[in-house]
Design a protein around this ligand. Structure first.
Ligand SMILES: [Zn+2]
Length: 81
């Protein structure tokens, strides 16, 4: 009886470790995807970096702009002139 309880506990432990390891692998995959994602410097919405225009301001600061913010900036400039 004791041996079967130990066996069940052992199997449960292995199963828990397998599930935990699998979740860690899934999280790593998501983290790699997040590397290519940036926030727009104006509206703070997250986009894929290929959808954003990147400009360096000063020596180190890099700003990202999304399409809708660029369009609104453009229309603001047009309305002033
Ligand atoms: Zn934006």
């Amino acid at each position: 009886m004791t041996i079967s309880i130990l066996a069940v506990l052992f199997l449960a432990t292995i199963l828990a470790l397998a599930v935990f390891g699998f979740r860690a692998i899934i999280r790593q995959g998501k983290a790699k995807e997040d590397v290519n994602r940036e926030r727009c410097s104006i509206c703070r919405t997250q986009y894929n970096s290929s959808q954003l225009v990147e400009r360096q301001v000063g020596d180190y600061r890099i700003l990202h702009f999304c399409q809708s913010c660029i369009i609104s900036l453009h229309s603001e400039v047009i309305s002033k002139n």
